[in-house]
Design a protein around this ligand. Structure first.
Ligand code: PLP
Length: 518
């Protein structure tokens, strides 16, 4: 972020087509970094001089200035208010990012998470003083067990990818307890990048399984790859093409017949929550993204939480701590001994993301079992509504109904000179966050749209009208306007590769941030 300072100081970057004196674009204000607004000696608070006192810091007292910018209170408030408005959020509009389930975060959840009994406790408090918090965690685990049909849930993983790590470490521990060290993990080509990354970080070799013509795992290819050295299959269901793996029961049977475990990436649970229990599909381990399916904020809005549901064969290896109920009430099992002797250890300091637990449980209990089922049904209905509304203008990758997200590719842009990226940038000018682009990798120029159940028909219609209008403009030969997009944002096209490869993470006074990407 600080790498932008040079551009901010030189309004020419953004002002080339901004005909205003200030360089501002209406409510979008060009402003200096907060450190550059420094006026030495200026201060937002006015405290009396402290009375004479004995300095007990000895040689540790600071002798140089502290280096904070001198700012007034209104300057600080305006700066951070403007900064917060530069971000696009689910609170500002439709956020159709496929695979990410950007749904509305009910304010009821926020209200409950802020209750002092949840927000002001500390994980090192004596257990007797946090009985309610421990009971809440256990109640959340209970809901997750009922929804998945699985007997155990590990709650500490801090995100989906962390949950994958937890699941795969658990599988590795179970296999090694059987004296059966296996070396290979099967991962479909359409998988999220975190799946092979997780398998690799657990020391496994990754073997890719191709998709069939229907966008599902090629069962024959899968069977051909199974063998005595395969530790697990990692499969996403519904998969990243937005399709239900309809041969999943047969897939599970084949995996189990080979002595391997079946890991399911449950990031897309929003499509099936309340309708399908993963245990009934033969799944042994599955992570759930509370920040996707159960509406806790994400994408810059808060930490994630990726609990892992485990089958009975894997439960003894679940990471610590475990929460158990005994004569003295709720208690944490923190050491790998007794019943927990086989636990894989800790994955995280303390017990997990408490604020997310409160929000997710509030979401579940306010919806109830029937409401959660309706979440899935409405999410699938909304995605299919968009699928049909966009069917004439865009090219759907796999025909037929989809689950909670719909996958198109760039065939509709063929010979227009417009790429998926240009199309997405034009959508920004229209006030929408773009859909997921270029993922999954199994189709060319992917356009993956997930509206979620929290969008109204009116908002879906406005989005569909916009996408259809843009597609018409692209096919009418107006490539130039797409190449120039976005025109109306504070910055135009950023050197994203440069920003990722050569990030400038620290602001230094008077330094020329020459290498910084805009
Ligand atoms: C989001 C997602 C993940 C990773 O989850 P994080 O919480 O972002 O770590 C894994 N797989 C799929 C299919 C996802 O959509």
């Amino acid at each position: 972020m600080t790498g932008w300072s040079q551009a901010l100081r030189a309004p020419s970057m953004a002002a080339s087509d901004t005909p205003t004196f200030t360089g501002n674009r209406g409510l979008q204000v060009e402003e200096k970094l907060i450190f550059e607004q420094d006026a030495p000696g200026r201060c937002g608070v006015d405290l009396p001089e402290p009375p004479p006192h004995n300095n007990r810091l000895g040689g540790l007292a600071r002798c140089s200035p502290i280096g904070l910018p001198g700012l007034s209170e209104p300057q600080v408030v305006r700066h951070f208010t403007r900064l917060s408005q530069k971000n696009y959020a689910i609170d500002s509009g439709l956020y159709p990012l496929g695979s990410c389930t950007m749904k509305h975060n009910p304010r009821l959840n926020e209200r409950l998470a802020r209750l002092a009994g949840f927000a002001d406790i500390h994980p090192l408090q004596p257990e007797s003083t946090v009985q309610g918090a421990l009971e809440l965690i256990d109640t959340l685990a209970h809901w997750l067990k009922v929804l998945t049909g699985m007997p155990a849930v590990a709650l500490s993983p801090a995100a989906g990818a962390h949950g994958e790590l937890c699941g795969m470490m658990t599988i590795r521990a179970a296999l090694s307890a059987q004296g059966d060290a296996r070396t290979r993990i099967l991962v479909p080509e359409s998988a999220h990048g975190t799946n092979p990354a997780t398998a690799a970080s657990c020391g496994y070799a990754i073997d890719a399984i191709p998709n069939n013509a229907r966008g599902r795992v090629d069962l024959a290819a899968l069977k051909a790859k199974l063998g005595g050295d395969v530790a697990a299959l990692m499969l996403t269901n519904p998969n990243t093409c937005g399709l239900f793996e309809d041969e999943i029961v047969e897939i599970a049977a084949a995996v189990h017949a080979a002595g391997a475990y079946f890991y399911c990436d449950g990031a897309n649970f929003n499509a099936i929550v309340g309708r399908v229990r993963p245990a009934d599909l033969g799944i042994d381990a599955l992570h759930l993204n509370l920040h996707k399916t159960f509406s806790t904020p994400h994408g810059g809005g808060g930490p994630g939480s990726g609990p892992v549901a485990l089958a009975a064969a894997l439960a003894p290896f679940a990471p610590l701590p475990w929460i158990v109920h005994g004569d003295a009430g709720w208690r944490l099992v923190e050491h790998a001994e007794g019943a927990a002797a086989a636990a894989i250890g800790r994955l995280k300091g303390f017990h997990g993301q408490m604020g997310m637990f409160v929000r997710a449980l509030a979401y579940m209990m306010s919806h109830g079992a029937d409401g959660l089922r309706q979440v899935a049904e409405d999410a699938v209905l909304n995605a299919n509504y968009l699928r049909v509304r966009l069917a004439d203008a865009l090219t759907q990758s796999y025909p037929g109904a989809c689950m909670h997200e719909v996958l198109f590719d760039d065939r509709f842009l063929k010979d227009t000179g417009v790429a998926t990226l240009d199309f997405a940038k034009a959508l920004i000018d229209e006030g929408f966050h773009p859909m997921t682009m270029y993922f999954p990798l199994v189709v060319h120029g992917a356009v993956l749209i997930e509206p979620t159940e929290t969008e109204s028909k009116a908002s879906l219609d406005q989005f569909a009208d916009t996408v259809n209008a843009l597609a018409a403009r692209a096919t009418a030969g107006d490539a130039a306007s797409f190449h120039a997009a976005p025109r109306l944002t504070p910055r135009r096209r950023l050197d994203e590769t440069g920003a990722a490869r050569k990030p400038v993470l620290r602001w230094r006074p008077n330094a020329v941030q020459r290498d910084a990407a805009d």
